[in-house]
Design a protein around this ligand. Structure first.
Ligand SMILES: [Cu+2]
Length: 107
């Protein structure tokens, strides 16, 4: 009797663990004092990346390869969804010395 109960609990825990890994996450990057923070981020395909601009000047998050160009108005935010595996360098078009990097891993 006691053994059966323990087994049922173990099965319930295993089912929950198997359901979790596919959930997409939102990875948040702050823009503060003309820097992306963190400047390096690792995400998975399907995750959302959200930049929030805390500065009093407008910025962009612009992929070096032209894949995306996100406007970041003063005190505003912008986002993309990571579509494919790869290494993406990005920068701000207004301040080209603002640089960041995103590693996109398989789901
Ligand atoms: Cu900028």
């Amino acid at each position: 009797m006691r053994r059966t109960l323990t087994l049922s609990i173990l099965l319930a825990v295993a089912t929950c663990a198997a359901a979790a890994p596919d959930a997409a996450e939102t990875v948040r990057i702050n823009v503060d004092k003309l820097r992306f923070a963190p400047a390096e981020a690792t995400v998975h395909v399907g995750d959302e990346i959200e930049w929030t601009n805390g500065d009093f000047v407008a910025h962009t998050a612009t992929a070096r390869d032209g894949a995306w160009d996100v406007a970041l108005p003063v005190k505003g935010s912008g986002r993309i969804v990571a579509q494919q595996v790869g290494e993406i360098d990005y920068f701000c078009r207004v301040h080209p010395n603002m640089r960041g990097h995103i590693s996109v891993k398989p789901k």
